[in-house]
Ligand binder design. Sequence first.
Ligand code: SF4
Length: 471
Amino acid sequence: MLKINCKPNRPEKSVQYLKKKTLDSKKLLIAADLIRKVRLFFGCPQFVLRNRKKGAAMSKKENKNSRRNFLKTVGAIGAGSMLTSVAPFASASDQNNSTNTNPITVPTRPFGKTGIHVSTLSLGGVLSESDQLVFRQAFKMGITYWDTANSYGWGNNEKAIGKYFARFPNDRKKIFLVTKGATSDPEKLSEKLNESLERMNTSYVDMYFIHYVADVKDELTQEVKAWAEKAKTKGKIRLFGFSAHKNMENSLLEAAKLGWIDGIMMSYNYRLMVKDEMKKAVDACAKAGIGLTAMKTQAAFSANFYATIGSETDDALKITESFLKKGYTAEQAKLKVVWENSNIASICSAMPNMTILQANIAAALNKTSLSSRDKQLLDQYARQTSSGYCAGCANICEPAVNCKVPISDLMRYSMYHNSYGDRDTAMALFNKLPADKKASILTTDYSKAEECCPQKIEIGNVLKNTYEAFT
Ligand code: SF4
């Protein structure tokens, strides 16, 4: 039985998962070396491996199962890392130290043609006020691009950042701070921005995004442009842009023509970056000088049938094993492949605990390039599992059902629920849907949408399960 004694910062899920797994063969000794490296990222003072069947003869089947279990375990950790970073965790005493003397930090890249350099790894996701050590460690390791939104954690993420700046006011000017508001109404934009500034204990943000833009022509109006210019003049924002979770390619192409968009954060990962439309869209933005931040780089599944890499298929296990032999987890490889595009200034990643933070930092510091074989493996995995991943091309499937059901949004809520384990956010977003849209979910015929879906998703089934999960 694998036993873990540790008190890392909230890796409960990984620990619970590990506790369920057994490693009961001679392979344990080999596994122990890999586990030891994983341990570094749990920051576990004690990490005890016990083989209760020690000495017992292992059958071939047991050995095979053991190897499979091990790969499943490491694959499921995902958050863990085979790469190691070089700095120790921030400690409680670091919280009283306002200087950062760490010489080895996450690299930076120019953010479009704005003249600003940002860290290639951006602190995203939802942190709470009790997560101050995560902010501290991120800062200490050079993660100076922090991303939030007015809505994250119902404002609590911004309050957590505000608490950090109250404690370390000198760090504010070293942080590239981004927040977002989901509206194109100038009056509401002002309200949301002011609320965000107050929560974060700051008089300005470095970049302000309109959140969830799906149609640039409709949402980035001349009124919005005037609002952004005024906010810049007042010194409340330095740069302006938007985030895009669906129809990303069209939005990027349209934004490149506008001439007043400084930055965009969009879904971008090993599944999407190989598509011709996405390549063209990213190139157009790069030429227009727009800074780009990739999000959703792990390309999580919409539904729970492919919940974790390494847990379902032999091919997935082979991919996990292949990366582990080279010293990466599959999750780290997914980050590295995105960084290979120099037009992507930064990856915004949810890093809710020290484990994930340290694993991502290790990937950012590592200078080894992925081989063409590594990329082939990712590509092969993307093709094999495409029917579990929604690519956000709402302009393809939603017209097929007369736009009665926001298919792409529902797929995203399902992903938050099934892959991120964030039922609260998923439910809150689902509950905001207009009643007529919700009512249409179960009565709509999705056959035409399924026919045209490039990912070949069983849309009807996924949405039925999503509806049942949230009602
Ligand atoms: S369900 Fe299919 S067509 Fe619709 S947004 Fe997702 S991937 Fe695109």
